[in-house]
Design a binder for this molecule. Structure first.
Ligand code: SF4
Ligand code: SF4
Ligand code: SF4
Length: 323
């Protein structure tokens, strides 16, 4: 199991207490004037304490059994038929080709409480959901039950655990200087959707062409220009404009995944503090979560746009010679 050890250097520590305040899981407290892991079993390996220590006095080391798998004797789900898999592979190919995407679209599944798990490996160490997403766009397939998630925010938002108190009240966001007050933090928390506690048992992410389960949402990483064409691929048929929900908080879990699931509409997100600090997301990259049933519309809309609009725009046909 992915247990973690809190390694602390008293020589470097200035006893400021930030690590204790920042830990979302109430693992740390004062012992003889220094921070110590008084509740080590609650540690999820999020590295919030070490990342916020001004003295770099903390190391979080994974000490658990990387091969721990409580589901080893459990029946797994059958997987989607080959025709469906071929259909997803074709959608992936068309979308990537027409947009000239660098990264693969990621299929996201939130496995229901009573559902069989797909036959997909778990990571050897805990990851944030957004870190798993970034790995999936490069080709990885990752199954994560709650004990493999390292972001307690994302885990509770997806209905796999209860929300830790510091996150539920928004108190921790004030510590991060991300909001001016507890009231503003509470408002941000109140406005975000959350699945009911203990309603899901795992997240599963994979490149669209490799998914073995019908995903609820597909998340595309791209530049603002590529996001523009994604919008236009859907409004190509209807002329409709979109109302997006974006905040810079809980980007991948709430904005790229939950909003599309709950509204049956695509949603844009710019990334968030957490996922940008915890992954290699480029400064110029943003994301769109698209409900799976809209993907054929996206692919055919892009195919139409690629006949004239996309190449004309990329060729800058209206730039005057003086520029
Ligand atoms: S944040 Fe760093 S310096 Fe401050 S108490 Fe914790 S270990 Fe010590
Ligand atoms: S890694 Fe996260 S959960 Fe563990 S002690 Fe540090 S802040 Fe707390
Ligand atoms: S997007 Fe933010 S809240 Fe969601 S899992 Fe990543 S770091 Fe956590």
């Amino acid at each position: 199991m992915a247990d973690y050890k809190f390694i602390h250097s008293q020589d470097r520590c200035v006893q400021c207490g930030l690590c204790i305040d920042f830990c979302p899981c109430y693992v740390l407290d004062w012992v003889d004037g220094y921070p110590a892991a008084v509740n080590p079993d609650a540690c999820v390996g999020c590295t919030t304490c070490s990342g916020n220590c001004p003295q770099r006095a903390i190391t979080i080391e994974a000490i658990g059994d990387a091969s721990f798998n409580p589901f080893v004797d459990e029946e797994r789900s059958e997987g989607i038929p080959k025709e469906k898999s071929d259909e997803y592979a074709k959608l992936e190919r068309v979308i990537m080709e027409k947009l000239d995407l660098r990264w693969r679209p990621v299929a996201v599944s939130l496995i229901e409480k009573d559902e069989l798990l797909p036959d997909v490996p778990m990571p050897p160490e805990n990851l944030r959901f957004c870190q798993a997403m970034m790995a999936a766009r490069r080709g990885a397939s990752i199954l994560m039950p709650p004990f493999r998630h390292s972001c307690p925010d994302g885990t509770s938002i997806f209905g796999m655990t209860d929300v830790p108190k510091k996150l539920a009240t928004g108190e921790i966001y004030v510590l991060f200087h991300k909001v001016v007050s507890a009231e503003a933090a509470a408002q941000m928390v109140a406005e975000r959707p959350t699945l009911p506690a203990n309603s899901r048992r795992a997240t599963y992410v994979a490149p669209l062409s490799k998914t073995v389960r019908d995903p609820e949402v597909v998340v595309i990483t791209g530049t603002p220009e590529q996001m523009m064409w994604l919008c236009m691929s859907m409004s190509y048929y209807t002329g409709h404009r979109f109302d997006f929900h974006a905040s810079g908080f809980n980007s991948m879990c709430v904005e790229a995944v939950l909003y599309p699931i709950m509204t049956d509409q695509p949603n844009i997100t710019f990334g968030c503090y957490g996922c940008r600090a915890a992954s290699d997301i480029g400064e110029d990259m943003m994301f769109m979560g698209i409900p799976t049933e809209l993907l054929p519309t996206v692919a055919s809309g892009l195919t139409e746009l690629a006949k004239k609009a996309i190449p004309d725009s990329r060729n800058k046909i209206y730039v005057p010679p003086i520029m």
